[in-house]
Ligand binder design. Structure first.
Ligand code: AMP
Ligand code: MG
Length: 310
């Protein structure tokens, strides 16, 4: 007998694990310290195959839930991935989302803003790329860059905006942006969207290892750019910016998940758990037909059955 994806995912629950999805969730209800969240779950390497299987089961479950979400058409889902370079944003998208039907899912990468983008408010490109209800959008980076890289590199000094929007100390400027983001996310929630905000939390040592692999292995050379080392040099400033941003933009309906990213296979499982959770929270249902629609369908059936043969 073939098991349904849901039964399989339930049957395959890990017997015990060092870390569960709930341990990674911060919803703003207490104080937040990034150092309380490890970069590695230190899961036993011998269990890699087991977790890879669990991730595959979640991926199958996602496919079922996404079909319902699409048919239902009431909620839109935005999955946002933020991280330092080489933390695994791209490979997480590739592996975890592999079961999702491309019809009903989009991926958008937030690059250095174009001239046109800089001539608009910073939420403009996110709004332009929101999914329709019933669909999923994956944001590879997001408007959070506007409180991360913009903070670390003091890019507000380069903005062409009225003086009233730019003056004041750094903290006040970014507190204003955190508030704008909280309001925007509440607005989205109240308009039929659910957000999944993931920070892939990689350690400095693991990043070094992955950069070296990108330099040493020809097939990975394309992933490396010299500028990545300049960003690495700003690690403490980035961690500070992440800490403040997570502390101030986590809410009940838009919490942050701080996922330990040093062990890719374990991080993928945690992200797959988070994606399944957000889709389950949507509680998508196949639309049901009214009495009249059922009667019309039965009439069509009758007509088809009695269709003259060739
Ligand atoms: P990658 O994801 O490696 O292709 O790089 C994209 C780059 O664009 C990263 O260095 C980001 O920090 C940068 N970026 C994304 N959004 C913004 C933004 N709003 N302002 C400045 N830089 C950004
Ligand atoms: Mg990069």
């Amino acid at each position: 007998m073939r098991l349904s994806a849901r039964t399989l995912a339930t049957k395959l629950r890990p017997k015990e694990t060092r870390m569960k999805l709930e341990d990674c969730c911060y919803d703003g209800s207490k104080t937040f310290k990034l150092s309380d969240y490890p970069t590695s779950a230190k899961a036993d390497k011998k269990r890699k195959a087991e977790y890879t299987e669990l991730t595959a089961a979640n991926t199958a479950l996602m496919a079922e839930l996404q079909e319902k979400l699409y048919a239902d058409g009431r909620e839109g889902v935005v999955i946002m991935l933020q991280a330092m370079d080489a933390a695994g944003k791209d490979s997480t998208i590739k592996h975890v989302m592999s079961g999702v039907n491309p019809q009903g899912c989009s991926v958008y990468s937030f690059k250095t803003p174009s001239k046109e983008e800089l001539a608009h408010d910073y939420l403009w490109r996110a709004i332009k790329n929101l999914p329709q209800r019933g669909s999923i959008a994956i944001f590879n980076r997001s408007y959070y860059e506007d409180v991360l890289v913009v903070r670390v590199k003091n890019l507000r000094a380069t903005y062409d905006m009225p003086k009233r929007c730019l003056e004041g100390p750094e903290d006040a400027f970014f507190d204003m942006r955190y508030r704008q983001i909280r309001n925007f996310e509440e607005y989205l929630y109240e308009n039929g969207y659910r957000l999944l905000k993931v920070f892939l939390n990689i350690g400095l040592e693991e990043q070094k290892k992955r950069f070296l692999a990108r330099i040493d292995e020809p097939a990975k050379n394309w992933k490396f750019s010299a500028g990545d080392l300049d960003e690495r040099a700003l690690w403490p400033q980035y961690m500070d910016a992440f800490e403040q941003c997570i502390a101030k933009t986590s809410t009940e309906h838009a919490p942050w998940y701080v996922i330990p990213a040093d062990q890719k296979w374990f991080a993928r499982w945690l992200v797959s758990e988070a994606v399944v959770k957000v889709l389950q929270d949507c509680d998508p249902q196949f639309p049901t037909l009214s009495e009249e629609e059922l009667a019309a369908m039965a009439a069509c059936r009758e007509r088809l059955v009695n269709w003259p043969s060739e």
